[in-house]
Design a protein around this ligand. Structure first.
Ligand code: DGJ
Length: 728
């Protein structure tokens, strides 16, 4: 998959799906010649160098106009006067910029990062190109790692800085790489958000200039997700070129897209350089987060499928028995802090009898934690609420046991928290522990380890409910290292958890959807995408998240009606249909459900159990919804990998008078195959061109009105889930 053309000094990574071409110039600089759909190895790409010169600019002995090219990993002042990918200074503050290509290596494996999460390749079929750059007069090295996987239109990139000298250098900027794409890309899609408003899709028109999205929360990323898609304005779900980028990082990140006067579009992603600098001491390394780049020439759907498969097989912890989620009930919206053994056992027994598999004890189990003003991080179980410990809940209910944690936080103002003189900006009455301190990470880990072992916990929900503000750590000489060292501490903790409890299931969460990123998902199997559990809001949020996160990773629960965040009423069926396209769980006091609702719950759980493999591992397609404006109709579907099973969910928020009806063309079917739906056989071509029909009949004088309510077209917030199979 990786070839080196010695004569033209060109590296070409090509797996039949994508090509990435890099040239070593006469000045020993690396420039990108091409990145996009696959182009045969036979071509030498040399015509691309043949550009008209750029006039009064930096001199280039070889005559290559660098301004019109894209540096593979460039720095300011060396053939470029742009904001390039990195910036290093020596101890006198001089910019060190004379990095030249030294040599390369092709390794038959995926590089695993030492300090940060990385994707893996269990099949050992990937290849990694490692390009070594050396500073001309300093023993300072940069390694560019680029991995290509067979048949996937996907690459991963990361960079390592190595100081082999006795000097100290400061890294002020170190992005995870640059991609320069050919084509008329002018749509930039990102996810903007806030608490209970996560994953709002923003679509920006790109003309000349730079668009950038950054996060400054330190702990989490509600504001922007470390994901970006770049598309042509003509690209649609199933056609056109699309590039998707996801960063495996949970801290402050920056993503930018720039179109210059020469019509080049460059994308960069990496650690946010704001208030960040790193002292690269003698004999040390600095790694940038891994960056995943996906290319699709068949629209957004294909990009989504490539991301989903990659998350499931190369990012998320991989062990067969937990590939699919258990049906879980969470105590939070059922009782909030007001939990005790009696209530949870009663809830658990009822849940078990209805088919639930796990009971997760959310916030409220620490001593004195009866609201959010006290008790956080004591790691002592409240014996008033739980006189017999927690294991007893598991024993009495027969359910697996989950437990909520917030390991990085405390409500105590001590010298162990981040912030100078403790004059901190308040946030939820809590403080961030100084996880830049490895000893503190290890100490908290020992406490957590004891709790997990003592109570035989199967699943943890790892929460983080305040941002870092008032930046200061007693532990650091260079405060510019705080944000990144903090996240390194978080990953150190996560790594220890995985090592000690290889089968522990981790759900990530940060005040809702603050940690819905590839970094956390390399330790966790799901992420709580929002504290907004209203089914209508969730349709939008979950569909947006599913643009790159697999449904296995999208935490989705049926909660009470009226909903606690939106005060909106919805039927049990509607809520359940929405939650089905995710991890499917419950978060309400089911003891208060009517007998009809409990009956519906039993049926819904057994339906989910029968189809969870299809839902969580099949190909997901968005059919309607999740555009910029608030949508009234949503629909999505999943087709199993073998193409034999299909599940469709259709949702209508408001009923309409004298409605024209809905024709819902499906996707991903075989044109000539037959599919049996409600006793009638349709071919794939019919279902994909014409689709399913939903209509309304005049209800004014109908006697069967109650049987119809809830079906699409009959009342507000209606939904249908249709499962069918291929019959020939
Ligand atoms: C925020 C989370 O998003 C909620 O689900 C819940 O766990 C609370 N924290 C508990 O404090």
């Amino acid at each position: 998959m990786i070839q080196y053309d010695e004569q033209n000094q060109i590296f070409h990574l090509n797996n039949g799906e994508i090509s990435y071409v890099i040239k070593i110039t006469q000045e020993l600089q690396l420039i990108d010649l091409y990145y996009g759909g696959a182009i045969d190895f036979e071509n030498d790409f040399m015509d691309l160098l043949n550009q008209s010169n750029t006039g009064f600019s930096l001199q280039h002995p070889s005559g290559i106009p660098y301004e019109k090219m894209s540096m593979t990993y460039g720095t300011f002042g060396k053939y470029s006067l742009n904001e390039e990918a990195f910036l290093v200074k020596d101890k006198e503050g001089r910019v060190i910029n004379d990095f030249i290509y030294s040599h390369y290596e092709i390794s038959n494996q995926k590089t695993i990062l030492t300090t940060l999460p990385s994707s893996y390749d269990n099949q050992k079929l990937s290849q990694t190109l490692i390009l070594y750059l050396k500073e001309r007069s300093n023993d300072l090295w940069i390694e560019l790692h680029i991995t290509i996987f067979p048949e996937k239109p996907l690459l991963t990139k990361h960079v390592q800085f190595k100081n082999k000298s006795s000097e100290i250098y400061t890294i002020d900027l170190a992005m995870s790489g640059v991609f320069s794409v050919d084509g008329e890309f002018d749509q930039v899609i990102a996810f903007n958000g806030a608490w209970i408003k996560e994953f709002t899709t923003v679509k920006n028109q790109l003309s000349n200039g730079k668009l950038s999205f950054s996060n400054y929360n330190g702990v989490s990323t509600h504001t922007y997700q470390p994901f970006l898609a770049l598309a042509e304005s003509s690209s649609r779900d199933n056609r056109g070129e699309v590039h998707g980028f996801a960063l495996m990082y949970s801290g402050n990140f920056k993503a930018s897209v720039e179109k210059n006067i020469y019509k080049q579009t460059k994308i960069q992603m990496g650690i946010n350089p704001f208030l960040t600098s790193w002292d690269l001491k003698s004999d040390s390394i600095f790694e940038t987060p891994e960056w995943i780049s996906v290319y699709s020439d068949e629209g957004f759907d294909k990009m989504t499928h490539v991301f989903h498969d990659f998350f499931l097989n190369n990012v998320m912890p991989c062990y067969e028995e937990n590939r699919l989620s258990d049906v879980l009930i969470n105590s939070w919206e059922a009782f909030y802090f007001n939990i005790d053994e009696e209530k949870l056992v009663e809830l658990g027994l009822e849940a078990k009898s209805l088919g639930v598999e796990v009971l997760l004890v959310d916030d409220g189990w620490f001593e004195n934690r009866n609201d959010d003003t006290d008790g956080l991080g004591s790691w002592v179980l409240d014996r008033k609420k739980f006189p017999n410990g927690l294991k007893v809940i598991k024993e009495k209910t027969g359910l697996k046991l989950g437990l909520w944690f917030e390991p990085e936080m405390t409500h105590l103002k001590t010298d162990r928290i981040i912030g100078k003189n403790f004059s901190l900006t308040p946030s939820r009455n809590q403080f961030v522990l100084d996880f830049t301190r490895e000893d503190l990470v290890d100490e908290v880990f020992e406490k957590v380890k004891k709790v997990i072992s003592d109570f035989e916990i199967d699943i943890i929900k790892w929460d983080a409910n305040r941002p870092i503000s008032d930046l200061f750590s007693e532990n650091l000489e260079n405060q510019g290292e705080l944000y990144h060292r903090y996240i390194l501490g978080v990953y150190r903790f996560a790594k220890k958890l995985r090592e000690h409890f290889p089968h522990l299931i981790i759900q990530s969460c940060s005040a809702g959807g603050g940690r819905a990123n590839a970094g956390m998902l390399s330790f966790a199997l799901s992420t709580w995408v929002s504290d907004n559990t209203d089914a209508c809001e969730r349709l939008r949020i979950q569909q947006a998240a599913a643009m790159f996160l697999p449904l296995r990773a999208i935490g989705s629960h049926v909660t009470a009606s009226p909903n606690h965040q939106m005060l909106r009423e919805t039927s049990f069926a509607f809520r359940s249909h929405v939650a089905l396209f995710g991890t499917y769980g419950f978060e309400l006091n089911i003891l208060q459900l009517s007998s009809e609702e409990k009956e519906a719950m039993v049926k819904a759980i057994s339906f989910f159990k029968r189809h969870r493999k299809l839902i969580q591992t099949g190909n997901y397609y968005k059919l309607k919804g999740n555009d910029l404006s608030t949508q009234d109709e949503y629909a999505h579907m999943v087709v199993s990998k073998d193409g034999r099973e299909v599940i469709v969910g259709v949702f209508q928020i408001a009923s309409k008078a004298n409605w024209e009806g809905m024709r819902l063309p499906l996707k991903g079917l075989e044109k000539k195959a037959g599919y049996e739906i409600h006793g009638k056989v349709y071919t794939g071509s019919y279902l994909m061109r014409i689709g399913l029909h939903f209509k309304q009949v005049f209800t004014g004088v109908q006697s069967d009105i109650h049987e119809k309510i809830g079906k699409i077209g009959f009342g507000d917030r209606t939904s249908e889930v249709i499962y069918f199979k291929k019959c020939y």
